[in-house]
Write a protein that binds this ligand. Structure first.
Ligand code: ASP
Length: 352
């Protein structure tokens, strides 16, 4: 990590963590593709940050990356860095590529328990050095949100969030829904935590608060990544389903089903689900729809999955379900424990 420290004494202190992504990319004239560049140039492009009376320090990942290259070890690095600096800052802003931002925000929401400070992920669709960039507003408002406190002096939003296109969303409820539009992220199953216009309007009733502000957070870096995602589609074959549901390398499978949690009712499919479960696999049902919840009691096709032992992912995003499984399986080898925790709302990721 490389650090740049500002020595000004100010009201709030923010740590900006740069991991890469379009916000800090530049066109490489050799091959005409966007590649990440040095963080100091981003700060030069956003002199407006100097207008805040906050102390803003920054640090950058040794090698900045396109977020398509994010791995669980990148999340571990982010969590270790935040743990190390937790007492020194009031909030954290992570600059990150948009492609996997929802995965990273989901992961950090589970990896840090009893969070008392904001961790705001943001990035942009256009590099910060371009005339029409969305990066400046995203970065400036993220810093303001990360620094915001209530009348008791507590963080206004002590959650892992994504701020993008004027909206603040719970990280584990967010999904990238548009590869071009400046409003690239949505949170369909949970209200926005804030909206930025002339003022930043906080939706205080929807923001999670810790039960004890004085309790130290717990930082968890053990992750078990033996998870596959099986998206159901018409024409899916027994060979494909068998490879994923009964493969030796998976401990859990996320079944992305139709609508309210429905899958084909053909016998071969149900037999393979049962075979996977008999092998000890955890199978979690998440809907392919952007909004709404799994309800396996609604249709006979869903009911058969439930009877076979498939677990409900409720209204979880796929990104949230993956992160929750990585985290829970990392904390325990006991599938009964993982199964029972999957049914609990741990970080506001499901509605129950
Ligand atoms: N490919 C880029 C990334 O995720 C896209 C972006 O940042 O918008 O790093």
């Amino acid at each position: 990590m490389k650090y740049k420290f500002d020595t000004d004494i100010a009201k709030s202190s923010i740590l900006l963590i740069y991991t890469g992504g379009t916000i800090g990319m530049k066109m490489d004239s050799a091959d005409q593709t966007l590649k990440p560049f040095d963080f100091s140039q981003i700060l030069e492009e956003v002199p407006e940050l100097g207008k805040f009376a906050y102390r803003i320090d920054s640090c950058t990942f040794e090698s900045v990356i396109d977020s398509a290259d994010i791995e669980p070890k990148s999340w571990q690095k982010m969590v270790e860095l935040i743990e190390d600096k937790y007492d020194l800052y009031d909030g954290f802003v992570i600059l990150h590529g948009t492609d996997t931002m929802a995965y990273s925000a989901s992961a950090l929401s589970f990896m840090i328990e009893n969070l008392t400070k904001p961790i705001i992920f943001t990035g942009s669709q256009l590099p910060v050095g371009t005339a029409r960039t969305d990066g400046k507003e995203n970065l400036i408002s993220s810093v303001e949100i990360a620094a915001a406190k209530d009348s008791a002096g507590h963080a206004r939003v002590p959650e892992v969030c994504i701020y993008f296109g004027n909206s603040l969303m719970r990280g584990n409820r967010s999904q990238k829904v548009n590869s071009e539009n400046f409003r690239a992220f949505r949170s369909e199953n949970y209200p926005y935590l804030a909206e930025a216009g002339i003022n930043i309007r906080y939706n205080d009733g929807s923001i999670l608060k810790p039960s004890d502000w004085d309790r130290k957070p717990s930082f968890h870096t053990a992750l078990d990544t033996r998870v596959s995602i099986l998206k159901i589609h018409p024409g899916i074959t027994p060979q494909v389903v068998r490879n994923i549901l009964c493969g030796p390398e998976t401990r859990a499978v996320i079944l992305e089903t139709y609508g309210a949690g429905n899958a084909p009712s053909r016998q071969w499919f149900l037999d393979l689900v049962k075979e996977g479960i008999a092998m000890g696999k955890i199978i979690l049902n998440v809907t392919q729809c952007l909004a709404g919840s799994v309800n396996m009691d609604l249709y006979a096709t869903g009911k058969k999955l439930e009877e076979a032992g498939v677990l409900s992912g409720y209204d979880s995003t796929t990104e949230g379900a993956l992160a929750k499984l990585f985290y829970l399986m990392g904390t325990s080898e006991d599938n009964r424990f993982v199964t029972s925790e999957l049914g609990r709302n741990l970080r506001g990721e499901i509605t129950k």
